[in-house]
Design a protein. Sequence first.
Length: 309
Amino acid sequence: MAKKILLDCDPGLDDALALLLAHGDPNLELVGVTTVGGNVGLARTTANALALREYLGFDSVPVAAGAGEPLLGATRDASHVHGESGLGNITLPEPTLPSSDRHAVDFIIETLRATPGAVHLVATGPLTNIALALKQEPAIARWAASFTIMGGSFTRGNATPAAEFNIYADPEAARVVFDADWQVVMVGLDLTLQAQANGPVIERLATLGRLADELILPLATYWVDTTNADWDGQAVHDVCAVAYVARPDLFASRPALVRIETRGEFTSGETVVDFDAPYPNAIVPVELDVNGFWAYVEHVYRLVATGHV
Ligand code: RIB
Ligand code: CA
């Protein structure tokens, strides 16, 4: 039985690669996509999700647009990383099918209410939609089969030295999310930086023909932090969150109490992770089976590239 997954995202180079994995894995059933402002503005993240839906052919999956601004404070984006379009330098055919007429928050609540315990909720952008849904209907914390985010870190940030972008973009939303009555799987930078699309990975992905040429390679190579000696490829951050739902066996995790700094002058958006707390609110994946991860991802991408999905 395939695991149902609802993906809230801000496509976004790695969000797009995460969508490809969620669509392509026969053990996952993508039941909905909701969009949030993040890497680029909401209009662009939504247009990107719609274009990816038609390009990949999951036309029957609803795409519902959500929040364009954080709960509080200034709107921050990552267009310097993802490009003005949000998808680097690729151009997909203009979507012909519209987004849902439901707001993302209503879509999330109604989807989880309709099938309690059946849908795995995943968020790979700022947590604004999730926080608004929790405020409107706290029971979604019980209805979700699981809740996994790409966000945070227990060592360092990327948007600032202290904060990872998804949390930095809406710290108040992250606090609402981590204070809710569920266990958050926090797939943070300490994990996702282990998933770098380095030379050998790119070489293997390049054998996937048109899908690689038109989508996978441009997404996976558009931006590499050449200033950081630790990097030998682009980290596919958001892919790790979807992979956790599909293949938790690829991850070694620890329980932790995660609290969100919302007031620090230099630390706003920091995830303060206490692995020794007696009352954890999160599961924090800390180690990735890197070879197993890429074998899984490449297998699923090959299924899509060869028309098996
Ligand atoms: O810090 C990485 C995260 O920020 C990813 O979700 C990426 O898409 C950006 O949103
Ligand atoms: Ca993202």
